[in-house]
Every structure is written in structure tokens, then in C-alpha cells.
Design a protein around this ligand. Sequence first.
Ligand code: PLP
Length: 418
Amino acid sequence: MTVAAATADAERLLADEIAGRFPDERGRFGPFGGRYVPETLIPALERLEHGVREYLHAEDFQRELSRELRTWVGRPTALTYAPRLSERWGAQVWLKREDLAHTGAHKINNALGQALLAKRLGARRIVAETGAGQHGVASAAACARLGLTCVVYMGEVDMERQAPNVGRMRLLGATVVPVTSGDRTLRAAIDEALRDWVSDPLGTYYLLGSAVGPHPYPYLVRELQAIIGREAREQMLAEAGALPDAVIACVGGGSNAIGLFYPFIADRNTEILGIEAGGRGTGLGENSATLALGRPGVLHGSYSMLLQDENGQIQETHSVSAGLDYPGVGPEHSLLRATGRVRYETASDEEALAAVKECCEAEGILPALESAHALAGAKRWAQANPGKRVLVGLSGRGDKDMPTLQQTLIARLEAARQ
Ligand SMILES: *Cc1c(COP(=O)(O)O)cnc(C)c1O
């Protein structure tokens, strides 16, 4: 394709995205997305798609969701001006505080919304997958709130690494099922959750944790997380008196990022940046930078960018933050990258750790390691754009990261003191 043709193609895709024409009737975001699943899953996905169309934007569903978000989740979350980070970095830094949401991150917006939808669809039992455990905790909490049975599949390896979250899920009444097949981490847990769903597609609902997977999940999760961007856009206009010059979020599967970005996509004067986990470097298995370093392929039912080797085998990934440690990414991000509307960069483990420390010291906020990647990206942007306004998605709080922080930042602080 010539450069002019490729540019015209990108402009047309972006116009379709802004007009809300994606996902299309085949569940695609341009060339990405779709439904690459075994025959046995199609009826369940079609039923879900039908349910999403019937209930998600219905007035009484939205009324119930809004009430629960306000009185149980604690929305709207604050928009916080960060004067001391602004001073250090040279631009005006604003933080959208998903760390203040119930259970400590944005994940509850999705878990609660899908659990409410499951109830409307007549399901009594929820299955979910979890890697780091954050989505499992959010799902367990939402199910407890709504009186639903909750079963969480979790890789055996992850259960060891994330023991406090396993305890939290159990306290919240969930059954945690160890997954001993495959890689015994998130990828195998997703396969097991899907298998469970297929065996009882009417009574059970599969609550997927990010903007990934087969249609309609990437759309459903975006719609439930877009409240982050809608609130932030209004709050910026009210409190800063203008839209931000840049909006920045971290990208794992991509749910907090698409939630923050989506309401800003038509604001062409606002730059949008997604920050992936650069880990220890660009080598095989050293990072989780799917959009920066991957190629298109199929994973978990969707065609999107993917970290794979020359033979199409999924690559091992690494990140200091468990929540970004995933070889795939939601299809809408692959589209946004292809259109050029969103730029994707990486922040390394060390940059993220440094950002945790700076945010703690300057603002009195302990951010999640995932969110610290967005802060590291924001610092770079701010230093290149003095005086401008940057809005950062603070996707979660860092309390869950204390074991990792103890072994890294805190150990170094203590060594320096001796
Ligand atoms: C899970 C998680 C993420 C990554 O997931 P996305 O779907 O990419 O948002 C980011 N931040 C926090 C705090 C998380 O818990």
C-alpha cells in the first residue's frame, strides 16, 4: 500500500471509530476483534450480545448501575490536581483517582456492571478468571453485594504469588479454583473459566476482567469503564476550565485505558498516550509491550496485537506489575494504534518504581505499580511539553504491591540508610 492510501485508510477507520460504528455487526474494530472461538461457545456469546443490546443502555438498568456506583463503589472518583509533581515535571498534572474506588482500582466498575447484567440475564452463578487477583477480588465483592455465587479460576502459580488476594476472595465468599493445566497462570485460568461457562451457559455467566476476548466483551467492558473518561472530561472542564492537552493511561488488557480514552477520542487537540510495560528490555520474554513490539494474531477469541515468536507461539511476558503482565491487548487499542489516534509507548520496571516513589513523596499517594507506568509516561510527556495540561489515569492504589515494593524500593531505602 502507498503511504497516501495507508493514511486515507487510517483516517477512514478513525472517522468510523469516532462515529461509534465500531464494533460493527461482526464484532470488529476495523480489522481487529471478532469472535474466534469453538462452535460450542457461539450460542452463549450470541445470548450475551443480545442481553447487552437489550439491557445495558436501558433506563432502569442504568438507574440501578448509577445508584450502586454512587453509593457502593464511591463514584464519582476525585480529579486531583498534583501541584508538586507539576512543579517537578514542568507541566500541569491532573490525576483521575480510580485508586479511590471500592476495592482499590477501576476493575470494580466492570465487575459490578457485568454482575448486574448477569442478574438481568437470569444467571445465578458467576465464573471469572484472575491473574494477579485484583479482578477476582472485584468480582467476589460484586457477587457478594448482589447475592450471586462466585467461582474464580486462578493459576496455581499465581495463587502462590498472590496469596493475600486469594484470602480476600475467600473472605468475600468466592470459591477459588486452582488451575493446574497449561502454564498454570492467567492464560490457563481463562481457558478453564470458558470451559466452565460452556458446560452451563444459561445458569452461569462469565465475567471477563478486561477489554479483551471475543465480541461482545471488548465493547461491554469499554462501555462500563467509559465512566472514567466521562467523569474526568467533565471534571477537567469544571476544575481546570479546559480539556487536557494529553491524556495518559497504562495498558495491560486495556480496560482502564479505553475507559479513560474513549470520551476524548473526538477531541482532536488532545493527545492520547497508552503506556505499556517495558519490563527489563525489548528482548523476548523481558516485557509485556504488546502494541509496541507485537504482531497481529488470535488469542482468547479475538484478533489483535499479540506477543508471539516467529512460529506464532505466545511469548512469555514480564513486568514488575502483575496487572500488566499479559501477552495480548484489547482489539480497540490495536485499531487506535493503527489509526495513529493513540500513541503507545513503554515505561520500564525501573521507571515505574521511580514513579511510585515520586508520587508518594510529592503527592502523598501510593499508586499501583500498573498506574506508575502511566505516571512515568506522563513525566516524559510533561518534560517535553512545559506548561501544558496532562491528565493521568491513576488506575489503582499500591497497597496490594507492598510485597514487591518491600523487595525493591523499600529495601533500597533501608540499605541507603545504613
Ligand atoms: C488490572 C489492572 C490494570 C491493568 O488492566 P487494564 O485492563 O489494562 O486496565 C491496571 N491498573 C490496575 C490498578 C489494575 O489492577
